[in-house]
Design a protein around this ligand. Structure first.
Ligand code: NAD
Length: 507
């Protein structure tokens, strides 16, 4: 099938996957990108070699020297133009996200909107990177902190948010005065190339060089060199906990910073007094949305015993209505998994759950036949489970929901927190004491804790990220920008003597 929007985004033939100060022809192998819904080839990207990597990083380092001196609001002006460029192509970019990643068109458009939103946010931020001042204990001295640009930021992204997560990092890092080098997921290279093609002319016209660069390449040529490279004082990496462990230890070994946004195993708890209609919708969206391929997807459901049977039945009934199909088609609620490896993981998890005593209440099958020829479509699945089953403690990146019954909130909180990951959590209740307990220091141990809404669908205004094996990183709003800068404490003596702090006299 030909897709006109690919041409609109400048994607034709074999596209270059390397751009520093300019797009150039890299020397690596060709990477093909397939539509997970149809299995059709969408496009191809020529990947970067180690030499291409060197070229782009050298150009990024050079560009940083000038970019860091440009006034931050002026940098914000270029980011404003970048946001507007994405706004002007929102429809085409959203369709490409859907085509290449497989999320629903509404979700694809929403993801591009999130990239635009963070650009708008970054423009405002460019005038608000405040440092504090305080009063000195010494006469005629002034004390303050200021924030300086950090350097090159390596942004490694996962397949499931192929543009938004990059934008969360890149837009903020650029107003902070850093240069950004993007290594996208090999499963979604075209959206990265299209975005780079759209934004690059803005920076080229301003003559700022390689402050917003792209390297599509494998781990040997790009991923691992980047993580090991001292020219990157910050690596921001989004993906599996396995990847995060490798990146964290390497980056820590060279005493640099990492921002890690890793796997989640998100739980939603419903108490007996909860608004059940809201809970039902939140569970179905949280567990089935993006075919269970959000880091914040609902994977575990704890139901208080009074409503457990009734609500479970309602959820099972709702799952029967969910239309599975091509995500570009209207009416589809669940699209494909990213590839057949993901399907194999889904099957493996269901087998493990059954072997550990789980009972499949809905779904459980890989779909075959017309419309499902790519082999990537699976039924959203509900499994009645117990909280001590080993598989329940793992993140399977597929639409599998484990349902468990609990006596009370205390049991739910203990069970919810008894996993390695700590990304998102939510509680449904109208009991003020219960909600406050859930949000208290003795409540949810996750980076995100919600009341009466689902585990997924965060806004950009506040910091996003999770604890424990989720990596501890924070991105997007609030004061997340600080990690992209270096803090300098300044003491200035405008007097004529040299008093020492703490009243010390010397000589
Ligand atoms: P993945 O770990 O397979 O790959 C993520 C990225 O890391 C890719 O670009 C990959 O090439 C790169 N990578 C892998 N090993 C590397 C290494 N040793 N050095 C450098 N780069 C390396 O993850 P995925 O399958 O693309 O994404 C799904 C995972 O991402 C899930 O676990 C999901 O929960 C997680 N995720 C987390 C968040 C969050 O904000 N917490 C957001 C999105 C996705």
């Amino acid at each position: 099938m030909t897709h006109e929007f690919l041409k609109e985004l400048g994607l034709e033939g074999v596209n270059s996957g390397a751009c520093g100060a300019e797009f150039f022809e890299p020397g690596g192998e060709i990477l093909s990108s397939y539509d997970p819904a149809t299995g059709e080839l969408i496009g191809q990207v020529k990947q970067a070699t180690r030499e291409d990597y060197e070229r782009v990083v050298a150009e990024a380092s050079e560009a940083f020297k000038k970019w860091r001196l440009m006034p931050a609001p002026k940098r914000g002006e270029l980011v404003r133009q970048a946001g507007n460029a994405m706004r002007s192509k929102k429809d085409a970019l959203g369709k490409l996200v859907t085509l290449e990643m497989g999320k629903l068109l509404q979700e694809g458009l929403g993801e591009v909107q999130e990239a635009i939103d963070i650009a708008d946010y970054a423009v405002g931020l460019s005038r608000q990177m405040y440092g504090v001042t305080t009063h000195s204990e010494r006469p005629e001295h002034r004390l303050y902190e200021q924030w300086h640009p950090l350097g090159n930021v390596g942004v490694i992204t996962a397949f499931n948010f192929p543009i938004a997560v990059w934008a969360w990092n890149a837009m903020i890092a650029m107003v902070c005065g850093d240069s950004v080098v993007w290594k996208p997921s090999p499963k979604t290279p075209l959206i990265a190339v299209a975005t780079q093609k759209l934004l690059h002319p803005i920076f080229a016209a301003e003559g700022v060089g390689a402050i917003c660069s792209l390297l599509v390449g494998d781990l040997d040529n790009v991923g691992v060199p980047m993580v090991n490279d001292r020219r990157f004082p910050l690596i921001s990496a989004t993906g599996s906990c396995r990847m995060g462990r490798e990146v964290a230890s390497t980056v820590a070994g060279r005493l640099a910073r990492s921002v890690l946004e890793l796997g989640g195993n998100n739980a939603l708890t419903v108490l007996d007094d909860a608004p059940l209609d809201l809970a039902l919708r939140a569970v179905v969206f949280g567990a089935c949305g993006t075919a269970g391929q959000r880091c914040t997807s609902t994977r575990r459901l704890f139901l208080q015993k009074g409503i457990a049977e009734d609500l479970t039945q309602k959820i099972v009934d709702a799952y029967k209505q969910v239309k599975i199909g091509n995500p570009l088609n209207e009416g589809t609620l669940v699209g494909p998994l990213i590839d057949t490896d993901a399907v194999a993981m889904y099957e493996k998890a269901i087998e493990a759950a059954k072997a550990q005593g789980g009972e499949v209440l809905a779904g459980g099958n890989v779909l075959k036949g017309e419309g499902y020829e790519s082999g990537c479509f699976v039924e959203p699945t509900i499994i009645r489970a117990t909280k001590d089953m080993a598989i329940v403690k793992e993140e399977t990146f597929a639409p599998i929901l484990y349902v468990m019954t609990v006596e009370d909130l205390n049991e739910a909180i203990d069970a919810q927190n008894d996993v390695d990951q700590g990304l998102s959590s939510s509680l449904f209740t109208v009991n003020m004491r219960a909600s406050e307990r859930f949000l208290s220091a003795a409540g949810s141990d996750c980076g995100i804790a919600n009341i009466n809404l689902g585990t997924s669908g965060a806004e950009i205004g506040l910091a996003f990220g999770g604890e424990k094996d989720t990596g501890g990183g924070r991105e997007a709003g609030s004061d997340s920008w600080k990690v992209y800068m270096r803090r300098q404490t300044n003491t200035l003596n405008y007097g004529t003597s040299l008093p020492l702090a703490q009243g010390i006299t010397f000589g």
